[in-house]
Ligand binder design. Structure first.
Ligand SMILES: [Mg+2]
Length: 167
């Protein structure tokens, strides 16, 4: 696989994660899910789970196990969110490292090709998931992210890496 492909999600979803069709994931033979937390499920600067996330998570869990895997090192934050959603979690994951994703997949007892990695960032979530051969889904942030300029810089860099120009 050309290295640029590692930054391309299998599915680019043009909306927040709560709009993502669980039935479509089922049609792709996804039987286990790793979910990013900050800006994917919950805005990074708030602790309150947005309306709709709890219901969507209940649908998602009909596919199989759902693990939260976050780069955030704050156990208090990620642990609290995971408890409210009743999911196993790993924090300080260091994505795009594969190590903690492998740990989650071992916990699910599923091979990568039957699992999905869903997140809002290419350089962490998508890169990590593609390195393992998971079904990768890029979603829009669930609310306007606090670090919009950093995100713009990341988009600019990824566009140069993928297309050779900052479109
Ligand atoms: Mg995120």
């Amino acid at each position: 696989m050309p290295w640029q492909d590692l930054l391309r999600p299998r599915l680019t979803h043009p909306g927040p994660v709560t709009d993502l069709d669980v039935g479509f994931l089922r049609s792709q033979a996804v039987q286990g899910i790793v979910l990013d937390v900050d800006d994917t499920l919950v805005p990074a600067h708030v602790q309150v789970i947005p309306p709709g996330v709890v219901d969507w998570m209940a649908q998602l869990k009909t596919l199989g196990p759902v693990w939260l895997v976050s780069n955030n090192v704050l156990v208090s934050r990620i642990g609290d969110i995971a408890e409210q959603l009743n999911c196993p979690y790993i924090c300080g994951a260091g994505k795009p490292s594969r190590r903690k994703l492998r740990q989650a997949l071992q916990g699910m007892n599923l091979p990568p090709e039957r699992t999905a990695m869903i997140g809002d960032r290419r350089l962490t979530d998508i890169l990590a998931g593609n390195r393992l051969g998971m079904y990768t889904v890029l979603v829009e942030p669930i609310a306007a992210p606090r670090w919009q300029q950093l995100r713009n810089l990341e988009d600019w860099l990824v566009n140069i890496l993928l297309y050779g120009n900052p479109t």
